[in-house]
Design a protein around this ligand. Structure first.
Ligand code: HEC
Length: 207
């Protein structure tokens, strides 16, 4: 359906609703106008169907629940000023429900900027940034994972990664030799990829 057709069918429905003219239905079309300041454009602001009537979305259901709660005779669109916060929370939660994990990305950044030079024999970056890498591991461990990565396995691997990142930083502070450093960083990099693998598996379960 294109926009014109939708508009035309809404107009038709409106006319039908008005013609039917029960006191009940007559009260509804003004809802759109009254709730325009909350962002309403058509009946789907509260209804699941473009023509309104039976079937309500979260906002519509909330309004009906409010009517009961307040023991009001009719729905008052002005109540929506209180729904606002919850609605924004709900949509923020939907955005959060994907696989974005900022602390993972932060750890990965430092890891790739230190490990890849080390592969070429340049150990300066990791010697400089091991403390930062350990901090990122701690923040990652303490962060709240996106829903798709909530698992005891991933958590257990993060506990290891955190301990090993800290151990590497301590070893460098205590003057670790290049040889040892390369070995430890490679092991840490493997651990990181073990976690990425576990995340991938966990995500599959949620699809
Ligand atoms: C601001 C939210 C909102 C908007 C916008 C809105 N409605 Fe409603 N509508 C409701 C709520 C809430 C009810 C239930 C009211 C009640 O139970 O007292 C309802 C009830 C109805 C009903 C009665 C259904 C039944 O079975 O009881 C009709 C018909 C209806 N709306 C049509 C429309 C149409 C057509 C539009 C668009 C022009 C529209 N509504 C826009 C919130 C809205």
């Amino acid at each position: 359906m294109n926009h014109k057709v939708i508009k035309a069918s809404i107009a038709l429905t409106l006319t039908a609703v008005m013609l039917l003219g029960s006191t009940n239905t007559q009260a509804y079309p003004p809802f759109v106008k009254q709730s325009a300041r909350f962002g309403a454009k058509d009946c789907t602001f509260c209804h699941t169907k473009p023509e309104g009537g039976e079937g309500w979305n979260k906002r519509g259901q909330w309004l009906m629940a409010e009517k009961d709660k307040r023991k009001a005779d009719a729905v008052d669109v002005a109540w929506l000023s209180e729904f606002g916060d919850k609605a924004t929370d709900a949509s923020a939660a939907t955005v959060q429900a994907n696989d974005k994990w900022a602390e993972l990305d932060a750890y990965h950044n430092v890891m790739s900027q230190t490990f890849h030079p080390a592969e070429d024999g340049k150990l300066e970056p990791i010697r400089k940034r091991a403390g930062e890498l350990a901090d990122k591991a701690k923040q990652w461990l303490e962060s709240k994972p996106p829903k798709v990565y909530e698992s005891a396995d991933i958590k257990a691997l993060l506990v290891k990664l955190n301990a090993e990142s800290k151990a590497l930083a301590d070893a460098i502070a205590n003057g670790a030799k290049d040889e040892q450093l390369k070995k430890d960083l490679t092991a840490l990099h493997d651990r990181f990829h073990e976690i990425i693998g576990a995340c991938r598996e966990e995500k599959k379960k949620h699809q």
